[in-house]
Write a protein that binds this ligand. Sequence first.
Ligand SMILES: Cc1cc2nc3c(=O)[nH]c(=O)nc-3n(C[C@H](O)[C@H](O)[C@H](O)COP(=O)(O)O)c2cc1C
Length: 504
Amino acid sequence: MKVLGISASLRNARYGAGSESFITELKACADKDAVKKYLHEQTQIRVFEFMDAGREKAESFDVIYRNLRKQRNARGLSNSETALGAGLWGCYNDGVDIEHVGLARYFPMRGEAQNLDKLKEIVLSADGYLISGPVYFGDRGSVAQEFISWLKNDPEIVAHLQNKAYAGLAVGAKRNGGQETTLMFQIFDMCQLGMHVVGNDAETTSQYGGTIVAGDIGTAGDDNYGLDTSIGTGRRIAKVVNLHKISQKVKLRDRPRISIWAIQDDENRSGRAHIEKWCEDVSKRIDVDFQYMDISAETVHRCIACDLCPTHVGPLEEYRCIINDKEDFFKANHEKIVDTDGILLAAYSPKDWQNLNSVYQRFIERTRYFRRDDYVFSNYVAAPIVISEIGSQQYISMRMAMSLLRHNTILTKPLIGRMNDGEILNWDALVNQGEKFVQSVASMTPARLEDAVVDNVERRYNPVGYAISLARVNEEVEVGLVDKVKSDAGVAANESVKARVVSK
Ligand SMILES: Cc1cc2nc3c(=O)[nH]c(=O)nc-3n(C[C@H](O)[C@H](O)[C@H](O)COP(=O)(O)O)c2cc1C
């Protein structure tokens, strides 16, 4: 299994033999400190090359750029390549092989794309894709854009990319320069392409991928936390590739259980009617147990943003949010919520907002206690499902997708039923997509259950930015409470594997 690291900047320093030496050098870094030191040195080399190519003589940038392209380029790293180096190292360190390709040689500064047969061969040989590029106007640059369009236009590539792992890294000159928007837009494209999408990992609090702040050539190596987000993104993609590998050997003994958390509907339950019919049609094609949770008109109290969340360490089945009203949906249904294999977050989104009940925002903010409970939904396959009337323009599926990713889930393409005059125009496609979603849950669940037996360090919630929580967690670790809960969880995970997973 192999992850392909793709750099998408015209400032790329590595291609061909330079890409190969980049990979060899990354593999030789023994630990995190070594890789950071290596990346720092390489970004500096790029500064010197820049000087040699003409900056020292005050040449104009286009002259420098042409001179740089003439160099043999087996050394140095651009900013987005530096992020990629961190990500690829994180991936390799978790046991997955890596390769590098620089897009600048395929999508050059001027003229047509070239050597695309070679690029296709490289793309088709990979099992996961880590794309790193600069932020241009809060979005990706044209090199990344043309690469993605090219992927989408080739049916053989699209077929290959189905259920493959994807994650992204973005480098911008400013702290809020649009790294997150760039990552989000790209996430939607990769979901549309049918990929299994992840962000960065628990150590840097499960966001949308790696984000680096660096403007001038040679500066990415200084952004220590940014490098950590990139390493964590590499680890996440390695996790999915490793789960895919396990899933080739095991399967579920029983049916996958998929929860539909319906958080927005009208008083007549129009959304429910469509989604239940959809469940029926999908169930005719593939074995699955759907559990529809009609939450839109339930009492869901707001999150009060308490300083210690969850209230204490404990077993998964125990409700540990500070809100204790027995009418509250989470308090009353905690065990049901956690008893699932896959998640569909559902909404009805009509043009007319009258009679619409939405608890979406309350619901999602209250899921904080699952996230902070070491990511209860780590590696669960998840997607939004929305019955969206033409003209509703709510974009709720995007908000849902982004919030689901924060639970360290594996995100797949949002399921969107396009409704006109009460009829779903793309019904067959929606049912087909449903079948694909169930297949993903069915194949990833046994792998996730097996992995859960050993994986309890990597997904520890790291309370970045919360000193009080950190102190409490440290106390719980010191008195052995965390170890006790983890060892009980390990026993429970083992039992689940025995009960539900068989070899193929
Ligand atoms: C056309 C253009 C637009 C840019 N737009 C942004 C932006 O919106 N936000 C930002 O933070 N940086 C922006 N930048 C800065 C680059 O993202 C930054 O220099 C980055 O380090 C380049 O990475 P690279 O060296 O791998 O190409 C822009 C740069 C260019 C050339």
